[in-house]
Design a binder for this molecule. Structure first.
Ligand SMILES: CC(C)(COP(=O)(O)OP(=O)(O)OC[C@H]1O[C@@H](n2cnc3c(N)ncnc32)[C@H](O)[C@@H]1OP(=O)(O)O)[C@@H](O)C(=O)NCCC(=O)NCCS
Length: 221
């Protein structure tokens, strides 16, 4: 049978969101998350189970470095998330213009000539944990990892790592509150219910509505 997503990908240099989604569903059937490009040897992408992204996640980076993106299980991402794995521009040099318009050679040649300095602007990788909720229209800079159970408020710009079960928001994103008290947070981090089987989660789903009772029952330290 013809894989229509793969066909569209091969025909069109600009992948439609539809084709990307279809492709990701084929290679990652246990989640519904899609990125603006497919995994490759320079762009490692790992997605856990039952995670969703409302729209295709835009990855921005230079092609000079290897990158890795990891999303855990049960994470839900609203529309228009951007992940910046390289800054693209930097205010450190004489000019902001990194397009190579005024230097001889391409942007890549220019950047390679200044490789060591330019490497500072490369964020490389990002890890978004399990059971994370990312609101709509968020930008996350690479290396700003998002801990398990965290919430990122709508329209935030995240430049620092977010601890597990924190609710952060704003530009730049700051801690707004914690989802639970420390004892409950620590227990949930130990329980790691997202590693349970689908059957076990389905069987105990009613208990998810009472966090205190849940951790009392399942945190067996
Ligand atoms: C983060 C969020 C979950 C907080 O909701 P909440 O628990 O009801 O919290 P509140 O509205 O009481 O706000 C708590 C604090 O966070 C601040 N805050 C809420 N949303 C914020 C945002 N998007 N950016 C910055 N600060 C925000 C509030 O100003 C408040 O600050 P204060 O305590 O100093 O007054 C919610 O505002 C949000 O952004 N949800 C995402 C919605 C979304 O994108 N849905 C898409 C479909 S899934």
């Amino acid at each position: 049978m013809i894989d229509v997503g793969l066909l569209a990908y091969k025909i069109s240099p600009r992948l439609s969101d539809w084709a990307l989604r279809k492709r990701y569903r084929a290679i990652q059937p246990y989640s519904d998350v899609a990125f603006s490009e497919l995994p490759s040897k320079d762009m490692q992408i790992k997605i856990g189970r039952h995670s969703t992204s409302f729209s295709v996640i835009n990855l921005r980076h230079t092609s000079l470095y290897k990158h890795s993106v990891e999303i855990g299980s049960y994470t839900q991402i609203a529309s228009d998330l951007e992940i910046w794995l390289s800054s693209g521009h930097t205010p450190k040099y004489v000019s902001n213009n990194m397009s190579g318009l005024f230097v001889k050679g391409s942007h890549v040649e220019h950047a390679l000539r200044h490789y060591k300095k330019y490497k500072d602007e490369n964020y490389g990788s990002i890890k978004i944990g399990n059971d994370v909720w990312i609101g709509m229209d968020v930008i996350i800079r690479g290396n700003a990892n998002i801990g398990d159970g965290a919430v990122v408020a709508a329209r935030s710009f995240v430049r620092e790592s977010v601890p597990p079960y924190a609710v952060v928001g704003g530009s730049p994103a700051k801690l707004l509150k914690w989802r639970f008290d420390k004892k409950t947070r620590d227990s949930l981090c130990r329980i790691k219910w997202w590693n349970w089987s689908d059957e076990k989660i389905a069987e105990h789903i009613d208990e998810f509505y009472d966090p205190k009772a849940f951790v009392r029952r399942y945190d067996r330290r």
